[in-house]
Write a protein that binds this ligand. Structure first.
Ligand SMILES: [Zn+2]
Length: 138
């Protein structure tokens, strides 16, 4: 068996390298090799998160799901009929996301857009309903 660490040839049934003592059985070698890989993956993700914290412009959109949710609801409220109810929901969610966005300018703008959409859609769709009812009564 070939030692992966020092390339010394060992007996096939050898559990550890005769030269450097490294575990040779594949399952043992994996157990030894796995922790450094996991640790380096963990540290790289931690580094990425730290970079985001240092640079506000690098904050990912997924960091403010509330603003995205409000925005998505406002888009769904464009569907005629759905907007009668989703419009006010978009306004509410957008308003709450706006207040919780803090220094995140992109999330705040998205939440603001959701509020604006929600108000416009609610007004136009309820106005449409009002006009329809007015038309029936005439
Ligand atoms: Zn070795």
């Amino acid at each position: 068996m070939h030692c992966p660490a020092c390339h010394t040839e060992n007996a096939v049934e050898a559990v550890a390298c005769s030269a450097c003592g490294r575990a040779l059985r594949s399952d043992a070698a994996e157990a030894v090799a796995a922790p450094p890989v996991a640790a380096s993956r963990r540290s790289s993700s931690r580094r990425r998160r730290n970079a985001n914290a240092d640079d506000p412009s690098a904050i990912n959109d997924s960091d403010n799901p509330a603003a995205w949710r409000a925005y998505r609801v406002s888009l769904w409220s464009l569907v005629p009929g759905l907007g009668l109810f989703l419009g006010p929901v978009a306004v509410l969610l957008g308003y709450r996301a706006m207040r919780s966005a803090g220094d995140d300018a992109s999330a705040r703008n998205r939440a603001k857009a959701a509020v604006l959409f929600g108000v416009l859609i609610t007004l136009t769709q309820w106005l449409g309903v009002a006009l329809m009812i007015y038309g029936w009564k005439k």
